[in-house]
Design a binder for this molecule. Sequence first.
Ligand SMILES: Cc1ncc(COP(=O)(O)O)c(C=O)c1O
Length: 397
Amino acid sequence: MALFPTYPRSDLKPVRGEGPWLWDETGRRYLDFTSGLGVCNLGHAHPRVKEAVREQLDRLWHVSNLFRIPLQETVAGKLAEESGLAFSFFCNSGAEAVEAAIKLARRYGREHKGLERPEVITFHSSFHGRTLATLTATGQTKVKAGFDPLPGGFRHLPYNDTGALDEGLTGNTAAVLLEPVQGEGGVIPANPGFLKRLEERCREKEILLMVDEIQTGMGRTGDLFAFRDFGVRPDVVTLAKGLGNGVPVGAMMGRKGLDRHFGPGSHASTFGGNPLAMAAAHAVLKELTESDILTRAREMGECLDSRLRQRLHSHPAVVDIRGKGFMWGVEMDRPVGPLLPVLKEKGLLAVAAGPRVLRLLPPLVTGEEEIEQAAAIIEDSLQHWEEVDANGSVPRV
Ligand SMILES: Cc1ncc(COP(=O)(O)O)c(C=O)c1O
């Protein structure tokens, strides 16, 4: 394989997808509870997105941001309507969206607050990307190993620790960046009281509250944006993953007034917001806001919650079951790595979040029968997993 070995890949080769299902090259079908790492929220090959991208392919793919792109303006307008944030900057990935937010925060810190060394506060166990700035923002040491010297201007506080906010936010703080539910860090929802207090502290000190919705956004937690459910009003929000349902697109949204700090020449991205990506994002937004998919996702999210609890709660290896909507984590008392191939053999694809959390990110179109099937596979696999423990090797299933 002429590829850098950066990913610990399974040997599965998916060749086709539809809704929550993937097929490999032998024709075997798998229930995909990874959604391409929280990307295909509407399911694989969603007809509305497929049609929109196909139509756009026939018309125009790319023109650069030297020209007006009507679809980009429409998508930005729709995002503004739904988020209350007046402006969008489009890019191609999550890390790029967070990078834009960090740059905006630094400009704001300098120009609005007069700071010489504006700092951005993030939280332990957070994940914000793999570029140098975003991995420095990330609150996990494993992503930083060997990549120093790292950029300065970041400090990390304990997540969900209201007491740490009072001293943690200082006169040099330009912005606080957090995930409303930490994804890669182990599916850890913010405590609503913590988020409310953080919002108050940010308002008092004119600190930007920046919410990273790259994993939680676009319906994943049962609302278009998780922050709406928590009742807070961020100044900046980052999006990617589900925004294009598989077509690479990211966005950094900011409130009125922040446009002053991001004028011509301050930031750019060649591909950002091109007509092809915007056709996908537009179709995704229309589907999420015009159909009943979010209502269904909330109902089915409750169904997933209850099936997981019914089948797994009393298992001795299960420490905790937590999540929101279609974003769930099952914390175990041991590493979950060996469980993933067992689930795959039984036809379920899932992913880990940290060493001990099994993460489930099914597409929002997943139905009751499929949820039942997935919960039964996990329960069954845990029996085999006990054999792994006893024998010290992965059983043949
Ligand atoms: C919350 C969060 N922020 C940022 C990122 C980085 O996104 P990308 O991999 O598209 O750069 C991720 C990716 O998992 C994420 O979950």
